[in-house]
Structures are given as C-alpha cells and as structure tokens.
Design a protein around this ligand. Structure first.
Ligand code: ATP
Ligand code: MG
Length: 256
C-alpha cells in the first residue's frame, strides 16, 4: 500500500518545500518508490527538482481541471530520482476554476487513485494557505506531516491547522491523521527555540518526530542549483537530518 502524506502548514516559509523535496530524495535513496506532488502555484518544489516551471506545457493544473491525464503530467526529477507532478502559476487559476467543478475537493484524490499502486510514498507539497488546493491535498492524503519552526507564533498557527485537519477528518476524509510534527530550521543556541521544542514534546508527545532538522546553509543553497539538499551535499548536517528523517518515517509507517 502506498502512503500518501501532505506536507502542510498554512504559515509561509516554514520549510514545507524543503522538507518535501529532501524527504522525497531521501526516500528515493532508501529504495522507496516515491512521487512528489507540487500543489503550490509558486512551483518551488518543481524548480528544486530540476524541472523548469516556466517551460511546462503539462502541469498539475491540467490534471486537476481534467485537461490532461496523469501520464502526460508526470516526469522524473533528474536530480532527485523520484517522480514529480510539477506545478507553476497556472495552478493559481485552478483555484477559481475548481469552484465550479463537481467534487471539487476530491480532484487530486481521484487523480492519485490511478497511480497510488506505483509508489511506496506520495508526498504532497501544499501552499501556505488553507485554500481549496490544500483541501485537495488533505482529501487525498492518509496523513499530514507538519514542519514547524520552534517560535512563539508557530504554536498559535498550529491550532488553526489542527482544527482544519479535524474538520476534514470528520467531514471529508476519515483516513486523515496527523503523522507528526517535524522541527525544522532549529538552532539549539536559541533559548526560546529550546523552550518551544520542549513545549511541543510535552503537549504532542509521540507525535513529535525524534529527528530535528537544523538550520543549515547547504539546505538553503541547494534550491538555487535546482538540486535537493540531500543530493547537493549529502554530508552536510541538513542532508544527514533529512536522511535520518526518512528512516524514522519508514519505521513509523510500519506501525500505522
Ligand atoms: P512557502 O510557504 O512559501 O511555500 P515553505 O514553507 O515551503 O514556504 P521553504 O521554501 O521550504 O518554506 O523554506 C523557506 C526558506 O527557508 C527557503 O529559502 C529555504 O531555502 C530556507 N530553509 C528551509 N529549511 C532550511 C534549513 N533547515 N536551514 C536553512 N534554511 C532553510
Ligand atoms: Mg513551499
């Protein structure tokens, strides 16, 4: 069975795309058949996988509105090794077009049903909002991975996200659960970060992944080369953390 996970947090710039791209590459390197879905019109996961979003003629937009079949949209990432459903700004239009379509929140789910058997993991990089696109992600997934920075406001935003996940679970997708919270861009020298990290552990317990991704410049540099950090500089602390995270996730899903 394939595990379909959204990487979501409605806060912007918290490391969703960095997590999606590096986790996809790390899972691929661990021998897992992996598909990355770029569900963000910004197309950052696409660019970070060495696919030029400006040259796309078939994108996830075409898939969601029914203009293209999956086979026409799916490509292999040359640098990451995994498959990807790429995105660009066309997807921003889909949001408006989808409103008038039938089963508008289930479009991604129906598309992924056709290829789920090809993969061990499908990761969905969500945009920074609780929009119809993110709703499509949550309806298609079995679980949510929430990357977060250990800052005061991060906790505040978390309750909105958790409430949205609960609503989707109750009304649209009974399979949906929170797989875990991933601490990212962590700087252990900052006392506040240590405090928030400890608060997360005491409040969410087992739901907090053991792996902590440090703030690491090599992870930030990799996208400018269009390469996942785990491929760009495998020995960096950031890459090593994502490789460890992939192993932790593979272990965790055995218990699901
Ligand atoms: P958006 O909400 O816009 O989609 P996002 O949540 O996907 O953003 P990213 O794009 O992954 O966030 O990260 C935001 C910025 O932080 C990027 O410039 C990225 O390179 C950098 N970054 C992410 N993780 C790390 C890290 N562990 N160490 C250093 N820089 C990081
Ligand atoms: Mg992003």
């Amino acid at each position: 069975m394939s595990h379909i996970f959204c990487v979501a947090n409605q806060k912007g710039g918290v490391g969703k795309t960095t997590t999606s791209v590096n986790l996809a590459a790390a899972l691929h390197q661990s021998g897992q058949r992996t598909l990355l879905v770029d569900l963000d019109p910004q197309g950052n996961a696409t660019m970070g996988s060495s696919i030029d979003k400006r040259k796309l003629t078939h994108s996830i937009y075409h898939l969601l509105v029914g203009l293209d079949a999956l086979e026409a949209v799916r490509v292999a990432s040359p640098s990451g090794g995994y498959d990807i459903l790429p995105s660009n700004r066309d997807l921003a239009g889909a949001e408006i077009e989808l409103v008038n379509l039938e089963r508008r929140e289930k479009r991604l789910r129906e598309a992924l049903d056709k290829c789920a058997a090809d993969y061990d993991f499908i990761l969905i990089d969500c945009p920074p909002s609780l929009s119809l696109l993110t709703l499509n992600g949550l309806c298609a997934a079995h679980g949510v991975i929430i990357p977060m920075q250990c800052e005061y406001y991060a906790l505040e935003g978390l309750s909105d996200l958790v409430n949205s996940i609960k609503k989707v679970h109750a009304n649209l997708n009974h399979d949906l659960k929170i797989i875990g919270l991933l601490r990212v861009m962590f700087d252990s020298r900052v006392t506040l970060q240590q405090q928030v990290s400890a608060q997360l552990e005491s409040h969410f317990g087992e739901k907090v992944f053991r792996t902590v991704v440090p703030r690491n410049v090599r992870l930030a540099e990799a996208p400018s080369h269009g390469i996942p950090g785990v491929t760009f500089d495998r020995s960096s602390r950031g890459a090593q953390a994502y490789l460890a995270f992939a192993s932790e996730l593979i272990e965790r899903v055995k218990a699901l």
